[in-house]
Each structure stands twice: as structure tokens, then as C-alpha cells.
Write a protein of this length. Sequence first.
Length: 311
Amino acid sequence: MTASVTVAVVGAAGVAQELGKKGTASDLTLFNAVHDEHSATLVEPTQFPDKLAPLFQALAMADHALLVLQELAKPVGETIAAVDLHDVGTTVVVGPTVGAAEVDRVLKGTRLEGSPRLPLDLPRLREAVDGWAAPPADGPVEVPIDHAFPVKGVGAVALGVVRRGVLHAHDRLRLFPTEKEVEVRSLQVHDVDRRDASVGERVGVALRGVDADELARGQVLAPAGTLRDGPTVRGGGLERCRYYRGDAGPGARLHLALGLQVVPAVLESAEPARVSVTADRPVVWREGTWGFLLDLSVPAGPRVVGRFRAA
């Protein structure tokens, strides 16, 4: 069986394209490296820093991250703040003009202080990526959608990575957070027809029971009853980003990043042991996953307020 991994390549543009062949492109650009018994999907947040959402979506998709430090400009600080809050294995890639002392300084106090470091050397990066695989995740199948489009003669096609369980052709699943039930008509992995797909594999899924214009990034294909959904998300206490300079409190208009969803939301309460956030529209989540609060109006510093565990 082919080992598969999704890697977020953040901190600098242009590295992901040297590690794979360009695939789907939008505010996120995906590159694929498929050979022998290994496949990698490399995700670059193309429209960051103009837009913050792609950075969080790339990290939400990832089994591992490459934090590329080519120059220590302002957007790198915001990238480090975001990566620091995500529980994703990270390798720090150091460009030739950045010294070890500078790296030590910008990573001091973060979880990235002890992360593995590699020089910006493409053969070594390819070798590292080839050694990574998505961790196993048993349970009901779960496929977050990152792109979707219509195909003539086929209908609605959704793209995503299997995050849990095994996806089978002809599975009947709910399209969270909508009430729609859909059927997997057929599926492909890297353009090869398959009867099923396992954790870590990137799939293209032809769906019956929904039109392409009803599909959106952040929706999740999963069996009914296995995920939570609704406009209000509650959870444990807010862990604030150490670099956030704003004053977001109860009543603040923020954005909630939850999986691949980034939606406007109101911070209803932020007590020491309890957070409540109401989004502008229903969202979907699995209990225990991280929700992130973003403040797009903060005048200086990272636009990242902090994170909480969704209950």
C-alpha cells in the first residue's frame, strides 16, 4: 500500500513547486509528488499574507509542516505564531542568508525551539518528505472538502484528503454541516480509479445527490451522527497567542477557523475555563479539535487571538 502525506509549506513561496508537480490552484496551491510507494501533497497558502485564511487552512490540511525561513520579514512572524498554535510536526527549513542565532531568536519560547532543522537544500527536503506518512486514524470515515467543481457527464466532484477511516465507492454519507445525504458514485486517487481510499490519501470524489455549486471548502463527508454541527461552538479556556496585541473580549467580531472553515463569528464569552463562539452560519467539527480565533482588524502584530478545544 502506498504511504501518503500532506505537507503544509509555509513561510516562503516557491519551495513547494520545487518539490512536486502543480495541481489544483486557488488561494491554496497544491503540488503532488507521486513515485514508487509514496505520495505527497504539498500545500502552499498562495494568497497569504494578503489573506490569513489560507495559512490556517493549509495547516489544517497538514500531517507535517515545512516552516521555511528565507528572510525574517513581518509575515514570517505571523506564520510562526500560527504554526506554534497547531499540533502538527514541523521541520524548520533555514535559507542561506539566515543565521542560526537569528533562528534561535525568532523561535525562542515557542514549541518550535526544538524542532528539527534542515538547510534549504532540495534533495534533502525531498528525502525528508519521502519519509513521512499520515498517522493512522481509525473510526468512521471523514473527508474535509478543500475544492469542488462540476465535470461534464459526471456531475459534482469534491477534492479532499481522507482524514479518518476508509472511504468506499457507493458509501452514503452526510455532507456536514448541511442536512444533505450524498452517495459516492466513484472515486480517484491521483487520477487513478479506486474502489476505496485510506487515511492520508488525496481523493477526487464524484457525488450523487448534490450540485457542484452546493459544495464549499470546509464541508465534511462523514456518516450521519459522527460529527457535531451548528452555529455555536463551545469549548475549553482560550489559550491566547503570545504575540497578539489586540484586546478581543466578549462581543468582539472575529473569525473562527475550524478545520478548513474560516467564518465570521462573535466571541460570546471567554472565561478562564470556557469559550463560546457563534458563527454567522453553521459549522462542523469533531469533539476535541482545535478552534482558532482570528482578529483581522488588529492594527499591529499577528492577527491570531488564540485557540480553544471544541467540545
